[in-house]
Design a binder for this molecule. Structure first.
Ligand SMILES: [Zn+2]
Length: 206
C-alpha cells in the first residue's frame, strides 16, 4: 500500500501516521526526517540542505525531490509519505519516482487547529504541556521544575492563522488534483484520534 498523508500542522497527522504504519506495516517516510538523516550522514545533499533548515526557510523543491528519489524507487510498495507532496508541482514530479494508491487528507477546521496548537506550552527545562490534553497540575507552572510555562512564537494564534493561510493556498489545488484522480480520502480530522483512525481503516479495508 502506497499512501500519502496530508494535513495542516495540528491536524493530528503524526498520530495517524504512526497508527497506520503499525497496522499496515508501512515504511514511514517524512521529508523532515530525510533532511535530518542526510545532514547527520554528512552527504553532499545533506550539506546543501543544512543552511535552509538552520535558517528555518523552506528547502527548495529540487533538493527535496533529489532526497526522495534517493530513498524511494519505483519498486517500493509499502510506504506512507508524511506531508508530501506540498504542491501540485511536486505531485506531478512524484509520478516519475513512484505513485500513490491513496491520498488521505485530514481536514480540520482552522479554528480547531488554532485552539489545539495555541494550547501548547513549554517549560525552559524542555517539558511540553497542552492545556487541552496534558495540563500542568498548577496553572502555567512546570510540574517538575516549577518554572513558569511559556508559549512558543510558532504557537501564537496570529502566527498559526498565517501558517494555515499559506498551507491552504498551497494545498487546495493539490487536494483537487488527487480528487480528480479518484484516489483522495477526505477525512474529518477534528474527531478523536481513534475515530479518525477507524474512518481511515474502514475505507482502506473495505
Ligand atoms: Zn520545567
Amino acid at each position: 500500500m502506497r499512501i500519502s498523508l496530508l494535513g495542516a500542522p495540528g491536524s493530528g497527522k503524526g498520530s495517524q501516521a504512526k497508527l497506520l504504519c503499525e497496522r499496515y506495516s508501512l515504511e514511514w517516510i517524512s521529508t523532515g526526517a530525510l533532511f535530518r538523516e542526510a545532514i547527520s550522514n554528512g552527504t553532499a545533499l545533506g550539506r546543501q540542505v543544512a543552511p535552509y533548515l538552520e535558517k528555518g526557510v523552506l528547502v527548495p523543491y529540487s533538493l527535496t525531490m533529489d532526497l526522495l528519489r534517493g530513498r524511494l524507487s519505483a519498486r517500493h510498495d509499502d510506504f506512507l509519505l508524511d506531508g508530501f507532496p506540498r504542491t501540485t508541482e511536486q505531485a506531478k514530479s512524484f509520478t516519475d519516482i513512484n505513485s500513490f494508491d491513496h491520498v488521505i487528507f485530514l481536514r480540520v477546521h482552522d479554528e480547531v487547529i488554532v485552539s489545539r496548537l495555541s494550547s501548547r506550552y513549554v517549560c525552559s527545562c524542555s517539558i511540553a504541556y497542552n492545556l487541552l490534553t496534558k495540563k500542568p497540575k498548577q496553572d502555567l507552572t512546570c510540574d517538575v521544575c516549577k518554572r513558569p510555562l511559556y508559549r512558543r512564537d510558532d504557537d501564537k494564534p496570529e502566527v498559526i492563522r498565517l501558517r494555515l493561510a499559506i498551507y491552504h493556498q498551497e494545498t487546495e489545488p493539490l487536494i483537487k488534483y488527487y480528487k480528480d484522480r479518484g484516489i483522495l480520502l477526505d477525512v474529518d480530522g477534528s474527531l478523536s484520534i481513534n475515530k479518525v483512525f477507524s474512518q481511515i481503516t474502514s475505507f482502506l479495508d473495505g
